[in-house]
Design a protein around this ligand. Structure first.
Ligand SMILES: O=c1ccn([C@@H]2O[C@H](COP(=O)(O)OP(=O)(O)O[C@H]3O[C@@H](CO)[C@H](O)[C@H]3O)[C@@H](O)[C@H]2O)c(=O)[nH]1
Ligand SMILES: [Mn+2]
Length: 354
């Protein structure tokens, strides 16, 4: 009797898992059934002389700050230090089509039936099925088993568009900003919402980097987690910045962004007072940043992510440089990021989708 064939994990050789870390990666033990077949890219932040322990049996490459400086030279200035934003270096060095990034205090959550949630599997499903940014389907994800487009949904739009980003959520500790954390220290997210939604075209959203996957070939160069941490006036806006730039470019290029399932279990609340110090400038700057991104428009000549991103950098410098000099530096860092990306990924400069 032939032994049952173990199915090859989906996208096993086409996806890298990127983890930013300052600690040992024991959390991987809980993810072993889901993550072990995949290659990990560990971005070690902070003191490069610290040894990060990785549980046995995982296939990984690890980069610390010395590696980043050696590989990028002066262009390493665009990669944040002492902030989870450093994770974007892993996106740049990867050679795979897909990326899943997760924090090391995120664990396997259970669905309402008590079953362990394979977050990676759900992200892959989200990325491999189209998005519907042009017309909202009231029965949520129409490509999901057991549901469909509802009456009145234009047939001309039912093909959908390629999905560039899959944004997952969190049970237990929600990704609240510091003021909310301070006024609601005991609040936990216990609500499991069984839905995946496309973020409509023209709508921005707060992208959290904790449980996130994307198609690197479709949108990789836009996933720059902005300058944060050491020497910077702001923190905890790295993923937000990437999300706003990414969404403007996805809308321009006709790509989709989904949010909802999968959930992970976020186990540790970072210190709200430290977070307040990191966030406070961002909390009032974002009242100018959001109108900027909402009004941002890219010329039709911008047909690649790189050209869109360079144009966005120009607009950041022109329109946000007066908000604070930080945005002049950030606009420059955006260009450095693209130069570094193209240096490490020379063949990936083809117009979108070619
Ligand atoms: O200096 C640092 C600090 C941490 N890391 C690694 O980054 C992630 C997140 O760290 P942590 O869980 O401590 O912080 P959170 O506040 O929960 O992070 C979330 O909020 C946003 C911060 O920008 C972001 O969307 C989430 O990451 C862990 O893996 C740490 O090991 C680091 O690399 N450098
Ligand atoms: Mn955390």
């Amino acid at each position: 009797m032939a032994s049952p064939v173990t199915p090859t994990p989906v996208l096993k050789d086409e996806l890298d898992i990127v983890i930013p870390t300052i600690r040992n990666l024991d959390f991987l033990e809980m993810w072993r059934p889901f993550f072990q077949p995949y290659h990990l890219i560990i971005v070690q932040d902070g003191d490069p002389s610290k040894v990060i322990k990785v549980p046995h049996g995982f296939d990984y490459e690890l980069y610390n700050r010395n590696d980043i400086n050696r590989i990028l030279g002066p262009k390493a200035s665009c990669i944040s230090f002492k902030d989870s934003a450093c994770r974007c270096f892993g996106y740049m060095v990867s050679k795979k089509k897909y990326i899943f990034t997760i924090d090391d205090d995120c664990f396997v959550a259970k669905d309402p039936s008590g079953k362990d949630i394979n977050a990676l599997e759900q992200h892959i499903k989200n990325l491999l099925t189209p998005s519907t940014p042009f017309f909202f389907n009231t029965l949520y994800d129409p490509y999901r088993e057991g549901t469909d487009f509802v009456r009145g949904y234009p047939f001309s739009l039912r093909e959908g568009v390629p999905t560039a980003v899959s944004h997952g959520l969190w049970l237990n500790i929600p990704d609240y900003d510091a003021p909310t954390q301070l006024v609601k220290p005991l609040e936990r997210n216990t609500r499991f919402v069984d839905a995946v939604l496309t973020v409509p075209k023209g709508t921005l959203f707060p992208m959290c980097g904790m449980n996130l996957a994307f198609d690197r070939e479709l949108i990789g160069p836009a996933m720059y987690f902005g300058l944060m941490g050491d020497g910077q006036p702001i923190g905890r806006y790295d993923d937000m910045w990437a999300g706003w730039c990414m969404k403007v470019i996805c809308d321009h290029l006709g790509l989709g962004v989904k949010t909802g399932l999968p959930y992970i279990w976020h186990s540790k609340a970072s210190n709200p007072f430290v977070n307040l110090r990191k966030e406070y400038k961002g909390i009032y700057w974002q009242e100018e940043l959001i109108p900027f991104f909402q009004a941002a428009s890219l010329p039709k000549e911008c047909t690649t992510v790189q050209s869109c991103y360079k144009e966005l950098s120009k607009q950041v410098k022109a329109k946000l440089g007066k908000v604070d000099d930080y945005f002049n530096n950030l606009a420059d860092a955006m260009l450095t990021w693209i130069e570094a990306w193209d240096e490490l990924n020379p063949s990936a400069q083809l117009p979108n989708g070619k």
